[in-house]
Design a protein around this ligand. Structure first.
Ligand SMILES: Nc1ncnc2c1ncn2[C@@H]1O[C@H](COP(=O)(O)OP(=O)(O)OP(=O)(O)O)[C@@H](O)[C@H]1O
Length: 409
């Protein structure tokens, strides 16, 4: 379907404002009508995602959710209603979607996505949109998308804040794009991060974050604009603040090749680092002998930023008592395997979901800032962006090249 003559009168009327939109028009609309989105979760995020994908004219939408509608869902899951309490969320949502756009092809999967069915469920997707609310589902969906090379719009919310990104492991350029595992390599231990049921969530928040997710999916399918690849948007409703940080694939992370294989055993971490580093970015002897001269992160190739400290600069600052707090944002097992003396461990995931400044941050000053580090200086840059956004009064620096480079010296 490409020309206007291919549209029925009612469809032409329905999409008139898209046709009139400069940069969109009949071409982009036709791409939407010819595409298929697979949406996981018909809950808080799923409600705006499913509604807007349907209204925008995505031709086929698969809904995956195993749950039934509960009254506690209704303060945010606005696709459901009092009348559908007790009914499967898939059919409750599908009824609203069919009312909105009868021509959309809806497939209901009333089942939980897991390691056994994920590849089958996402197989028909032109884009996957994850509106689930737990780590197990997010890793399964991310791993399946990485294996199948599917683009994935991912979002999460808790309390008053949320985040969105578009992960695509197999970029059209042939390069590897970042995935959820590059943002959060491993799931936190059970109980480490509270759920929305435990910590609460502002009812309107999934409306904002889910709408951002729907926007990214629609842009991607319609082929317009700049996709949110390699960037993570953060939203803090309490302070009315949008932030953004960049995300790159971790070169030390082994690509996921089969379901359930995503988490590299701890014992292999060092081996993986050596094996996965691109040859031309391995720190040379000269680089590591004189860290003051390093003006790039040898693990990513990224140039040194104004808020980066080389290992040499960090050592000198620490020796002069000019470090307020050393924050290790790696996972606890990484911290236990070896860490910088007096560093406080606060994994990135916990940092992200915590509202309070890390203990000890209050004392940080321009002369003695917080220094944040991870294994290769990738997660720590995300932590730095989060800390700067939330607590701008406390200066923060990033350890260039992370623990791996510091230790090599
Ligand atoms: N593995 C999964 N497969 C499919 N759907 C899932 C999976 N895990 C979670 N979901 C669905 O994702 C949705 C997330 O919605 P939301 O975050 O609003 O939480 P909820 O589970 O409905 O509510 P609450 O946690 O308050 O009981 C839910 O409808 C849930 O059933």
């Amino acid at each position: 379907m490409s020309g206007l003559s291919n549209y029925s009168r009612s469809q032409a009327e329905r999409f008139q404002r898209h046709f009139a939109l400069a940069g969109f028009g009949i071409g982009a609309q036709s791409k939407l009508l010819g595409s298929r989105a697979v949406v996981i979760g018909a809950g808080g995020l799923g409600a705006p995602i499913l509604t807007y994908l349907t209204a925008a004219g995505v031709g086929a939408i698969d809904i995956i959710d195993h749950d039934v509608v509960d009254r506690t869902n209704l303060h945010r899951q606005v696709i459901h209603s009092e009348e559908t309490i007790g009914q499967p969320k898939t059919s409750s949502a599908a009824a609203v979607m069919r009312g909105l756009h009868p021509e959309v092809e809806i497939t209901e999967h009333q089942e939980a996505i897991d390691e056994t069915n994920a590849l089958r469920l996402i197989e028909p997707a032109d884009i996957v949109v994850d509106g689930s609310d737990n780590f197990a589902a997010r890793y399964v969906v991310s791993d399946a998308c990485e294996i199948a090379g599917k683009p994935l719009v991912s979002g999460s919310i808790l309390r008053y804040s949320g985040q969105v990104s578009l992960f695509w492991s197999r970029l059209p350029s042939g390069e590897r794009g970042p995935t959820y595992r590059d943002l959060y390599p491993e799931a936190p231990d059970p109980g480490e991060v509270p759920t929305c049921a435990e910590a609460g969530v502002l009812g309107v928040l999934p409306g904002v974050v889910g709408s951002l997710m729907a926007t990214e999916a629609i842009k991607f399918l319609a082929g317009i604009g700049e996709p949110l690849i390699g960037r993570v948007i953060t939203y803090d409703a309490l302070n009315s603040h949008f932030g953004e940080f960049r995300l790159r694939p971790d070169p030390a992370r082994e690509p996921v090749t089969r379901m359930g294989s995503g988490e590299a055993p701890e014992a292999r971490a060092a081996e993986l680092l050596d094996a996965a580093l691109p040859a031309d970015t391995t720190p040379s002897a000269a680089d590591t002998e004189n860290s003051a001269d390093i003006d790039f992160n040898p693990f990513t190739g990224e140039p040194k930023q104004a808020d980066d400290l080389t290992p040499g600069e960090f050592r000198r600052a620490a020796a002069d008592g000019k470090v307020g707090l050393i924050l290790d944002v790696r996972e606890p097992h990484e911290h236990q395997a070896g860490s910088i003396e007096s560093a406080v461990n606060l994994p990135l995931m916990q940092l992200w979901h915590s509202e309070d400044p890390p203990a000890g941050m209050e004392g940080a000053t321009e002369e003695a800032p917080v220094v944040v580090y991870c294994e290769h200086g990738i997660r720590s840059r995300q932590a730095l962006a989060v800390l700067k956004q939330r607590f701008p009064q406390h200066p923060v620096k990033n350890l260039l090249g992370g623990y791996a480079l510091w230790q090599q010296q």
